[in-house]
Design a protein around this ligand. Structure first.
Ligand code: ADP
Ligand code: MG
Length: 619
């Protein structure tokens, strides 16, 4: 499948990189490539199966990935890891807030703050575990393509933050891959349907993705090959697994099963999933099941299933409406809907989505399990330069900035800015002779940095000593196409420079992002008041600093009584700063300024007369 090109001048033969896209899913993962003849994408398979369950089992010697790993879930749960995507880029603290239990052990690693998982008596990071899944996919592809796979595009949910994207990229690196780009799953799914290709006409697309354990709705605007995420919404704990659970509960009450052991429970769970899948193409499901030694005739009809899952489907509708609201759109403004995820095969799901987006074209002809991987392969093909008409862009969901004087958040890259992007801003020092400058980077919408999420900090060292305000410190934020942030600080006069790539300590879920946005709206008024106080405190502190400096520099200019008066006013100002009393701060500053003006004039007169005498006035 790989393209071979011959360099005619040197005579060397180079094998062009195989085009590869990967859907690294919570429940299932897939790998796809492109047919060189007609440039259509296709999924790679092992034993005719394209779906690789995202599960890892550690037996005494080997690491097993996929279907075989899943089969160990009942007998050896502690050494069988699933849903590792939920842990990527997350801290132990992040997980405390979720009350969803996992069957394996999670360790708090204080050094990095990122979670580790205990299996097989060892500790593994979610990055390592994800890399095992990627290695399995890589070997499936290499077996089938008979060529080396290394340049890849990997998809992530649209709401993934920098930390989670970086973790995904690292997992790829660890699996021996060169990750060309991390792209959003809804973008990939739209690409697979060719939406936005070869058209100047803008399109508004809703991507409805109901997987095994997660639900995502993304609203995209696609124009001239630019994919812009207008909004995302969803539920990280809503999916096909919940449908299975509803069926299990229904059967448990209908058939009144006797006490169940783990094996029985597992059997019922698997049968429930089987029933659900078969009801996607037929009206009734029947089987015989032996539970706790008793045989039962089990059945489920489509009507019964629909009644059971109606509330779940309704919940996804609510999320869709929220996403529309965030994007400031009505459902009539959606031109196309793309169905993604195995659970969208359920007829009630399809019907309900179609009802909500009545005027849209429903795209459901591509296998909903494969559609994301297929789109990722198309993106890889675009990056390989095989489809020159296409370009991919995304946007950043939260603002990025630094903490400035008074603890205020100063935004460099605003929320919803298109990426890749590069933005610059100039800063200076506030204290004379300052040689080190601490730069703390934050993500969020609140006025005070401390209310936002800290991504990291570093110190710009060895700034040559200069009076306050003189150094020119240029901050550059570069957000690359994967949403990874490179922060650089340079003192322009001296050339002192430092560059840091942000590896955020904590991950954020989509709910966290939404919460952060909501908080900034809820607290807008209070935040503005805080900002205004912080600004006057900064101003007042600078005035105190300047006054002290003036007294120090001009020992002979003031008489004791004047110094005493200045000290009284300064103390009063300090007290109002401590009390954070904005009005007092402003009026005391006015007093101090008014009173000090005479001395400044006096100093100026002296300097002028010195200058007239031809003396040097610089100190
Ligand atoms: P993820 O994106 O979370 O990795 P998938 O998109 O692979 O998940 O979806 C897996 C879910 O799809 C499972 O809950 C599975 O039971 C469900 N599913 C698969 N096939 C069908 C079907 N024919 N009808 C209904 N649900 C299905
Ligand atoms: Mg998926």
């Amino acid at each position: 499948m790989a393209k071979i090109s011959i360099n005619l001048t040197s005579g060397t033969i180079t094998k062009s990189a195989t085009v590869i896209g990967i859907d690294l899913g919570t429940t299932n993962s897939l790998i796809a490539s492109i047919n060189e003849q007609d440039r259509t994408p296709f999924c790679l398979t092992k034993d005719d199966e394209s779906i690789v369950p995202s599960a890892i089992h550690f037996d005494t010697e080997n690491i097993i990935v996929g279907k075989k790993a899943i089969s160990q879930l009942v007998s050896k749960p502690e050494n069988t890891i699933y849903s590792v995507k939920r842990l990527l880029g997350k801290s132990y603290k992040d997980l405390l807030t979720s009350n969803h239990k996992l069957n394996y052990e999670i360790i708090d690693d204080n050094e990095q703050g990122l979670v580790k998982i205990k299996a097989n008596g060892k500790q593994y990071s979610p990055i390592e575990l994800s890399s095992y899944i990627l290695q399995e996919l890589k070997s499936i592809a290499e077996n089938q393509l008979k060529s080396e796979v290394n340049k890849v595009v990997i998809t992530v949910p649209a709401y993934f933050n920098d930390s989670q994207r970086q973790a995904t990229r690292d997992a790829g690196k660890l699996a021996g891959m060169d990750v060309l780009r991390i792209i959003n799953e809804p973008t990939a799914a739209s690409l697979a349907y060719g939406i936005g290709q070869n058209t100047e006409e803008p399109k508004t697309v809703a991507v409805y993705d109901l997987g095994g354990g997660t639900f995502d709705i993304s609203i995209l605007n696609i124009q001239d090959g630019v994919f812009e995420v207008l909004s995302t919404n969803g539920d990280t704990y809503l999916g096909g697994d919940d449908i299975d659970r509803e069926i299990q509960l229904y059967w448990a009450s209908k058939y009144n099963f006797k006490t169940l052991n783990t094996n029985d429970e597992q059997l019922i769970r698997i049968t429930a999933e089987e029933a659900k899948k078969s009801l996607s193409i037929s009206n009734e499901f029947n089987t015989q099941l032996t539970v706790a030694g008793i045989s039962y005739d089990i059945s489920l009809t489509v009507e019964q299933l629909n009644t059971l899952i109606q509330p779940l489907v309704e919940r996804t509708m609510q999320k869709c409406k929220n996403a529309l609201k965030d994007a400031d759109l009505s459902q009539r403004e959606i031109n196309e809907v793309v169905l993604v995820g195995g659970s969208t095969r359920t007829p009630l799901v399809k019907k309900t989505v179609a009802q909500l987006f009545q005027s849209a074209k429903i795209n459901d002809t591509i296998d909903p399990d494969e559609v994301v991987a297929l789109g990722a392969a198309i993106e890889a093909d675009i990056l390989a330069g095989n489809r020159k008409d296409m370009l991919l862009l995304d946007i950043t969901p939260l603002s990025l900035g630094i903490e400035t004087l008074g603890g205020l958040m100063d935004v460099l890259i605003p929320r919803n800015n298109k990426i890749p992007t590069k933005l610059r801003k100039e800063y200076t020092t506030s204290v004379d002779g300052q040689v080190n400058l601490k730069i703390a980077v934050y993500q969020g919408e609140r006025e005070l940095a401390a209310d936002n999420r800290k991504l990291g900090e570093f110190v710009l060292k060895n700034i040559p000593a200069m009076p306050a305000g003189l150094p020119k410190i240029e901050m550059t934020f570069m957000l690359n196409a994967d949403g990874i942030l490179e922060v650089s600080a340079e003192e322009k006069r001296s050339g002192t420079k430092q560059v840091v790539e942000m590896k955020p300590q904590y991950g954020l879920s989509d709910t966290d992002i939404k919460q952060m946005l909501q908080d900034s709206i809820d607290n807008a008024q209070e935040d503005m008041a805080k900002r205004s106080i912080a600004e006057s405190i900064t101003e007042a502190e600078q005035l105190i600093y300047a006054t002290d400096k003036f007294i120090r520099d001009n020992p002979n200019l003031l008489v004791d009584a004047e110094i005493a008066e200045i000290t009284t006013l300064k103390n009063k100002l300090q007290a109002s700063i401590n009390a954070k009393a904005k009005d007092d701060i402003v009026s005391t500053m006015d007093h101090l300024n008014d009173y000090s003006r005479q001395f400044a004039e006096r100093a100026m007169d002296i300097n002028i007369s010195k200058a007239l005498q031809g003396k040097d006035i610089t100190k």
